[in-house]
Design a protein around this ligand. Structure first.
Ligand code: SF4
Length: 364
């Protein structure tokens, strides 16, 4: 065979082989469920389990979070570390390529929390198994251990409008008797589920916590990138209260030097009163390592006068100094009494806490 003819045959064979070749093996890539124009991607994640036990998290309640990541993008959010951990695990398992890994971390390691939201699409199957575990562990001599939804990411973040996972969870819990359920959210979308919340409340103990750090619209945009405005959150609170749902306000975190002054807090208590809240709880900022990466640059840019104070107060710890915590608790207690709300120190009174949860343990 002439040399030229052999070359043509060999080129053809290698082209055929290229066409037949399969891409490098990847166990199961993470399917993209939806994408927004601004670049947010919603990624399917198959959970083995969704209900975190107190033993897993170090707190006295069970917790459940249908999403990992949150488009609201609060600068003080402590759940960013868990997103990072999920991304690292997916990369280690070969479900994200090296390039995707970089994309799922973001330039500073925290942006992707707001732009790559993991959706626990198949959580209802996992919940069924977990409920069996939950009921097996129950002590008939004691009231049911609380189940709190939204301890790490917002269960009514924008993704919920499409995926309706939180609603599915509530529908399932509404078929149980004698539970003790708490929900924490910043989103008015919760009012969509008033019907199922009412059903749940008929057979279980339910408390809804609408989270709001300030009624100051300009200020809220400094610290929460895309959260719903105060007025719409308060309207949702009122809608739930009017429908008979036990709902209150959670003011967390209170930001030292930014939202802890009396006029700020009074405005929140007043708004809660007018909206029909049954309680108001509050707690100070915890500056976990993963929060510092995002929060401190914001502070330097927008509140430069406070940087030195924060560095001093949070040096070597995540919590505020004891005297600040006591002063804030006393201020909140006085306001609770003045505005006619039950007086206590916060959510821990209801749900209890054996120990401060470690960063990695905050139960996603
Ligand atoms: S709404 Fe909650 S979960 Fe979402 S970013 Fe803000 S603090 Fe984090």
């Amino acid at each position: 065979m002439a040399v030229r003819e052999r070359e043509v045959k060999s080129a053809k064979r290698s082209r055929q082989l290229q066409l037949l070749s399969v891409p490098p093996y990847r166990p199961t890539a993470l399917p993209i469920l939806d994408e927004r124009l601004r670049g947010t991607k919603f990624v399917s994640l198959e959970p083995k389990s969704v209900l975190n036990s107190p033993q897993q998290t170090g707190v006295d309640f069970w917790s459940l979070n249908p999403y990992i990541g949150c488009e609201f993008g609060c600068t003080y959010c402590y759940a960013r570390y868990a997103h990072r951990y999920t991304v690292e695990r997916a990369h280690d398992a070969g479900k994200l390529t090296d390039d995707e890994f970089v994309e799922f971390r973001g330039p500073h390691g925290w942006e992707a929390f707001e732009r790559r939201v993991f959706v626990k699409e198949t959580l209802l199957g996992a919940l069924e198994r977990d409920l069996r575990r939950y009921f097996r562990s129950a002590d008939p001599a004691h009231p049911a251990a609380p189940i709190v939804i939204g301890t790490a990411t917002d269960p009514y973040q924008p993704a919920e409008r499409r995926f309706r996972l939180t609603r599915g969870v509530l529908e399932r819990l509404a078929r149980c008797d004698g539970l003790n359920v708490g929900i924490i959210t910043k989103s008015p979308l919760i009012a969509r589920d008033t019907d199922v919340l009412r059903r749940l409340q008929e057979c279980s103990d339910l408390e809804v916590h609408i989270s709001l750090t300030t009624v100051d619209v300009a200020l809220i945009r400094q610290v929460e990138a895309r959260s719903p405005m105060p007025a719409v959150r308060l309207r949702a609170l009122k809608r739930l209260a009017d429908a008979g749902v036990r709902v209150g306000l959670i003011v967390a975190p209170v930001l030292p030097g930014i939202t802890d002054d009396i006029p700020h807090l009074e405005a929140l208590f007043q708004a809660a009163r007018e909206a029909g809240a049954r309680f108001v709880h509050a707690g100070p900022l915890r500056l976990y390592p993963a929060v510092r990466d995002r929060f401190l640059p914001m502070l330097e840019e927008r509140f430069p006068d406070l940087v030195a104070r924060y560095r001093r107060a949070y040096e070597g710890r995540s919590g505020v100094p004891g005297d600040y915590a006591r002063a804030l608790a006393a201020r909140i207690t006085r306001l609770q009494a003045r505005f006619g709300f039950p007086v206590n120190q916060g959510m821990t009174d209801r749900y209890g806490r054996r120990q401060a949860p470690a960063q990695r343990e905050l139960g996603l």
